[in-house]
Design a protein around this ligand. Structure first.
Ligand SMILES: [Zn+2]
Length: 241
């Protein structure tokens, strides 16, 4: 998967000269920090931070992997997206209960290397929060993921679609509630993410870039429940060719 970037220097130059913006757009690979550094064809270097959180980007990578016929990789990315969503949920709920971020980090360190511990925390925080069992993958999907990730199963298109849809069915309803009830906390988390990504190049001007994603914290996004309905954005195919 690649993300769309625009050279602001080229764009500003084009606007100053009163002509339509030239070919200042390009597709580049997302990075772990979210910081995108790129050089345009006119040798300008731009720095931009992707607003999307890790679970949003990972799910998008999974969907693109299906589109590119890498079904095993799609399942692995969807599984990671769900794990990072669970981290997002736990982080948000701790903020809701006014847990200091430093104190939170200390506790997170105890679970950060073991996804089973994180899952346990999620189940019980959700239970305390909602008074019901936390939504999670059906048993069949857990088995599929384990076969793919731990036993080398060569996944089919159908496997990838079913698994991805199952993650959507787990995450989307929770995300909808969080967006409705805790928009302010989501904004805080995004702000912290942007701040931390900018630290990679603290002394250069950076812009913020945003993309439409399938799993999305954006209030206005319309949830997708069936990945068969999804196609990459038009600019993606145009700029890739
Ligand atoms: Zn440029």
């Amino acid at each position: 998967m690649k993300v769309l970037t625009v050279c602001h220097k080229c764009l500003d130059d084009a606007i100053a000269k009163g002509r339509p913006a030239g070919p200042t757009m390009s597709l580049i690979s997302p990075t772990d920090s979210g910081m995108l550094k790129f050089d345009c064809e006119n040798s300008h270097t731009s720095y931009s931070v992707m607003q999307q959180l890790r679970f949003e980007v990972l799910f998008e990578i999974g969907a693109h992997a299906i589109f590119d016929n890498y079904y095993r990789e799609a399942i692995s990315s969807f599984a990671s997206s769900l794990e990072r969503f669970i981290e997002f949920y736990i982080t948000l709920m701790c903020r809701k209960h006014k847990i200091d971020t430093k104190v939170f980090s200390e506790s997170w360190k105890e679970v950060s290397n073991q996804s089973e511990r994180q899952l346990g925390a999620y189940f019980f925080i959700f239970l305390l929060q909602e008074g019901r069992q936390a939504p999670y993958l059906p048993k069949k999907m857990i088995e599929l993921r384990n076969k793919v990730i731990h036993k080398g199963r060569i996944a089919s298109y159908e496997d990838a679609i079913l698994f991805g849809n199952s993650v959507l069915q787990t995450v989307n309803p929770i995300l909808a509630t969080l967006k409705e009830q805790h928009g302010d906390l989501i904004q805080e988390i995004v702000f912290d993410h942007l701040f931390s990504a900018k630290q990679e190049y603290p002394n250069v001007p950076t812009s913020t870039s945003s993309m439409t994603t399938i799993l999305s914290i954006m209030k206005e996004s319309v949830p997708i429940y069936d990945l068969r309905d999804w196609k990459p954005p038009l600019y993606y195919t145009e700029l890739s060719s």
